[in-house]
Design a protein around this ligand. Structure first.
Ligand SMILES: NC(=O)c1ccc[n+]([C@@H]2O[C@H](COP(=O)([O-])OP(=O)(O)OC[C@H]3O[C@@H](n4cnc5c(N)ncnc54)[C@H](OP(=O)(O)O)[C@@H]3O)[C@@H](O)[C@H]2O)c1
Length: 330
């Protein structure tokens, strides 16, 4: 495993992080056995992952509970990143919500507290000043943002020079941040923590056609608005998405690598990427995902992958919101 230190912090985190959303099952993910979830978390730690991403929103605290349960023995050796819900961004609410997360994670100090999505109805300056106060009080070691576009990130940086990270959707089938957000993150030295790096399983090659993708995972703007659980108004880019998947599959075959490892290795090779947050539902998936760390991708393969997914990138455009046409990004 390789590690990186987040700027303005003493947090040394693994370049592959464990995403603890899918292990709660239910919404978006379907049935999940707790035994598998615990095994996935412990397999991650054993493989050198020390960075765990969670949120109150993942199963209403269930994800944080699983981390407590699986990793209580090694708590002082891991970095847990949790998130605040946008409705809690007023000054006193930030303080109160932080207390609730401290309790949920059974700790005196949160490692990394992130703003889950922007809230344009509450002044960001107020939210950031609450986070800075929590940091000076020792209640949190660091804070970061998530789903912050160019305007939001610039505003945030105008209030604070302590921002540790911006968590964003980034993978071979979702390159929207490359248009504007990623260049700004690089310029301002705000590392990107990539979420949905396997595009919720699409990049493992497990789905051969759009019809095979369950409705709850076909909520993203790759899929037509006709899919049952979408909340966007677009016709879908199924043809372009599956053409890109097929092209990636051919490149993976030629390189003799699993598609998932190749996709994660491509992300790890991108400038500006601090850590790649992968969701694994059992020990075996986690162990397979960690293998990506060993892959040294030649520049020629990186270029081939860029080319193979460029058309999809262009047709999906610069809106980084995976789920809404009416983008929550600014
Ligand atoms: N900040 C935000 O707004 C935000 C939004 C989304 C996610 N996140 C974070 O990012 C993390 C990761 O994103 P994600 O869970 O959406 O997507 P992901 O990591 O791209 O995909 C995870 C899913 O892919 C499948 N998978 C993983 N490894 C596999 C393997 N080796 N072989 C086959 N299938 C495999 C599993 O599902 P199946 O086995 O069921 O197919 C797994 O649940 C989340 O856990 C969360 O921490 C943050």
């Amino acid at each position: 495993m390789k590690y990186t230190t987040l700027p303005n912090t003493d947090l040394k985190v693994s370049r592959i992080a464990f995403g603890a959303w899918a292990i709660v099952g239910g919404f978006n993910w379907g049935p999940q056995d707790e035994k598998d979830s615990i095994e996935a978390l412990q397999a991650a730690y054993e493989a050198g992952i020390n960075f765990f991403d969670t949120a109150e929103a993942y199963g209403n605290g269930a994800s944080e509970n699983l981390i407590n349960k699986a990793l209580s023995d090694v708590k002082d050796k891991i970095v847990v990143a949790t998130k605040l819900k946008p409705e809690d961004f007023a000054y006193q609410s930030v303080k109160k919500a932080c207390e609730a997360r401290l309790k949920a994670l059974q700790t005196d100090s949160l490692d990394l507290l992130q703003l889950h999505w922007p809230n344009h109805d509450i002044p960001l300056e107020e939210t950031i000043s609450a986070l800075e106060a929590l940091k000076s009080e020792g209640k949190i070691r660091a804070f970061g943002v998530s789903n912050f576009g160019v305007q939001d990130l610039k505003e945030c940086l105008s209030y604070s020079d302590q921002v540790a990270s911006n968590q964003l959707p980034y993978n071979l089938l979702w390159r929207a941040i490359e248009f504007e957000i990623l260049p700004l993150c690089i310029e301002k030295n705000v590392p990107v923590l990539c979420y949905s790096p396997l595009m919720q399983g699409l990049l493992t090659g497990k789905f051969a056609s759009p019809e095979q993708v369950p409705d709850d995972r076909a909520r993203t703007r790759h899929f037509s608005k006709e899919r049952a659980q979408t909340r966007h108004q677009e016709f879908g880019k199924e043809q372009e998405t599956f053409a890109a998947i097929e092209a990636i599959r051919r490149i993976a075959e030629k390189a003799n690598l699993p598609m998932g490892s190749l996709s994660l290795a491509w992300l790890l090779a991108q400038p500006g990427v601090g850590s790649v947050i992968v969701g694994g539902r059992n020990g075996e998936q986690v162990r397979r995902n960690v293998e990506a760390m060993e892959v040294q991708l030649p520049d020629t393969i990186v270029s081939e992958l860029n080319q193979a997914t460029d058309h999809l990138k262009q047709v999906l455009g610069a809106n980084a919101d995976l789920w809404q046409s009416d983008s929550r990004y600014r």
